[in-house]
Every structure is written in structure tokens, then in C-alpha cells.
Design a protein around this ligand. Structure first.
Ligand code: NAP
Length: 330
């Protein structure tokens, strides 16, 4: 099954995730959505100091958003903020230092946000890593899981009351086409299977990206009625430092097919701008269109019950360590 899935992914990806896929899709786009403005909207982008997060930040700042760039390294973060201010002329751009793989760091961010009594209209969970060794996070979890699954869940979950209060609001999970190669893994949100044998970073990444798609469905179901739109998306294969470093072989083989970083960020920006009524809650987007969540013959279908189990497992991990906004003050 694994081999079939991977072949299916490469065939589908070469056609759709490439720069040619972007060019084909973009022929039919209504360009006016991208002309919308974001003055008065408070936006948070995680993993904002380089790659897709930086590009997205720049595009949202250009449109007048009040922007919080979440970066784990204060020096790289400050440089990125200054660059965005300088390039866009928008001075309402701020650094929010947070390591999203650490629940204590998320807890600090949420307490700070709460104390400032700031709204939040758009949350973009973009921070992500792909590593090839088992590196434990501050809380002892495998680092890819800690960043993309647990971190993205904890941040969204804890900012939920702010997002609901700020509605209409929305959340975007920057997932990946890699999720097509993984079924939803609900067990082992602990580290056990990742520690046994050789650590497979690609498998861990694909599982976390699949989990993000499932979490977007659950958040959409829970919060949609309160005016919070939640979506997941794939940027396509976009040239970034992260890609060059984490999958150098894949990048050099498919290099000519890779998109520019702005083409990868396009759908993230579009999801921040498009009317909620024109979007499908919980859907997985690529190139401004909802996509299937499973490839043919891949055997990756999952049930609603599995999504609920994942949700509960993550909530159990978070509940003692991160308090949702509004519940933190003692
Ligand atoms: N590029 C692609 O082709 C592609 C395809 C599919 C999906 N994606 C997804 O798109 C997202 C961005 O990827 P990218 O290609 O732009 O990668 P990138 O160039 O490596 O950028 C990732 C950003 O995330 C930050 N980050 C990582 N861990 C963090 C943490 N624990 N806390 C806060 N920030 C953290 C990094 O900060 P540091 O500088 O401190 O490391 C960096 O700013 C990821 O979720 C990735 O999985 C990318």
C-alpha cells in the first residue's frame, strides 16, 4: 500500500503541485479577491521569519493588516519584522516570540494576548519542520509532532475564545500534499512508535500534515456556527530554505518543477481574503480550490470517530499546560 501511495503522490504532485500546476490553475482565477484590504484586521502568522510564512506576512502587511509575526528566534524574528515594515511601509507589524513546539511558550503567548485584550481575525498555522532524526521537544515529544500537530492544535485551541469573540474570523492550517501518503494516525500521539526502530522523518511529517487536515475539519465543525472558518491547505512545491535543507534530494530532482515562494503563499493569502460564504469549512485547498483529501487507491480514508479520538488525545495533553484565553487569570 505504501508504494502505491507514493507512486500515486508523485504522479499527482508532478502535475498539480508544480509550477505548471499553478500556471494551469491560475488561468481561471478572479484576481479581484487579492485586491481586498485588511485594515482593522488582526492577523497572526506562525513561522513567519522565512519561507512561506515570511512571504505570507509580507503580502498581508501590504494589504494593511495589523500583523503579528510569530517567530521562535528573537533576532531572526526582529530582522524579518523590520524587513516587512520596510518593504510594505506598514508599521503595524509586530514580533511575537514563541516556539510553537513548546506548550509553555504557547501558554505565554496566550496570556500576553489575553492581557492585551487584542482581537484575532486570522490565524495562520504555518510553522513546520521536517527533520531526519528524533529530536525531543521541550515537552519531550517528537519535534515534528510537537510543532505541526500539538503546537498548531494548542495555539488554535487556546486562542479559540479570542477567535470566536472576534468573529467573523478564520484559521488556516498550512498542511502539505505529503498528507496524501499517510492515513490518519490517532494512536501514538505519544512517541512510542517514533522511537522504535529507525526514525522516519518523512513519515512523521506526512502523518502530522494529515493530522492538520483532520484537525481543521474538527475545528470547523465546532466553531463554524460561531463564525470561525477553519481550512487546511497545500502551498504546492515551493522553493524555500526549508525545502532545500530538509529534502535536498527531492528538491534537486524536481527543482525545475518547483514554484516560486510567492506562488506557494498565494492560496494562504487568498484564504485570508476570500469571503467565508465562498469557502468550504474544513476543506483542504490548493491553488484557490478545495481538493480531494485522498488519492485513488491510497487507502487513507478515516472516520469521524478517529478525528474525535485525535482531538481528545491532544486536548488531554494540553489541558494542564495551556489555558484557553479567558481562563488564564488566577
Ligand atoms: N515549501 C514547500 O514546498 C512546502 C510544501 C508543503 C507544505 N509546506 C509547509 O509550509 C510551511 C512553511 O514551510 P517553508 O517551506 O516555508 O519552510 P521554512 O523555510 O523552513 O520555514 C519554516 C518557518 O517555520 C519556523 N518554525 C519552525 N519551527 C518553529 C517553531 N517551533 N516555532 C516557531 N517557528 C517555527 C521557522 O523558523 P526558524 O527560522 O527559527 O527555523 C521558519 O521561519 C510548513 O508548515 C511546511 O510543512 C511547505
Amino acid at each position: 500500500m505504501g508504494v502505491l501511495r507514493n507512486i500515486s503522490f508523485l504522479l499527482y504532485g508532478s502535475k498539480n503541485f508544480s509550477k505548471n500546476g499553478f500556471a494551469r490553475a491560475s488561468m481561471t482565477w478572479d484576481k479581484s479577491v487579492m485586491e481586498r484590504r485588511l485594515e482593522g484586521r488582526v492577523v497572526m502568522v506562525t513561522g513567519a521569519n522565512q519561507g512561506l510564512g515570511f512571504e505570507t506576512s509580507q503580502e498581508l502587511a501590504r494589504r494593511g493588516a495589523t500583523l503579528y509575526m510569530v517567530c521562535r528566534n528573537p533576532i531572526r524574528g526582529e530582522e524579518a519584522v523590520q524587513k516587512v515594515r520596510q518593504v510594505t511601509g506598514n508599521q503595524d507589524v509586530h514580533l511575537q516570540v514563541c516556539d510553537v513546539s513548546s506548550l509553555a511558550s504557547i501558554e505565554s503567548l496566550v496570556r500576553e494576548w489575553e492581557a492585551a485584550n487584542r482581537p484575532l481575525h486570522v490565524l495562520i498555522n504555518n510553522a513546520g519542520i521536517l527533520v531526519h532524526e528524533f529530536i525531543p521537544s521541550a515537552d519531550g515529544y517528537e519535534s515534528c509532532f510537537a510543532t505541526s500537530t500539538l503546537g498548531a492544535f494548542a495555539l488554535t485551541w487556546a486562542l479559540g475564545p479570542v477567535l470566536r469573540r472576534s468573529a467573523p474570523s478564520r484559521v488556516v492550517f498550512v498542511s502539505s500534499g505529503g498528507m496524501y501518503t499517510a492515513p490518519l494516525e490517532v494512536r501514538n500521539v505519544s512517541n512510542d512508535d517514533l522511537k522504535i526502530g529507525k526514525y522516519d522523518g518523512m513519515l512523521a511529517y506526512s502523518r502530522d500534515k494529515r493530522r492538520q487536515v483532520a484537525l481543521a475539519e474538527k475545528f470547523a465543525e465546532l466553531w463554524g456556527p460561531e463564525g470561525v472558518g477553519v481550512y487546511s491547505m497545500h502551498p504546492g512545491w515551493a522553493t524555500t530554505e526549508g525545502v532545500k535543507k530538509s529534502i535536498p534530494g527531492f528538491y534537486s530532482f524536481y527543482r525545475d518543477s518547483f514554484r516560486e515562494v510567492g506562488q506557494g503563499a498565494d492560496t494562504i493569502v487568498w484564504l485570508a481574503l476570500q469571503d467565508a460564504s465562498a469557502l468550504q469549512p474544513g476543506a483542504f485547498y490548493l491553488d484557490r480550490a478545495a481538493q480531494p483529501k485522498h488519492l485513488r487507491f491510497a487507502g487513507t480514508q478515516y472516520s469521524k470517530q478517529q478525528v474525535d479520538e485525535l482531538w481528545s488525545a491532544l486536548e488531554r495533553i494540553c489541558v494542564d499546560k495551556v489555558k484557553p484565553a479567558g481562563e488564564g487569570a488566577s
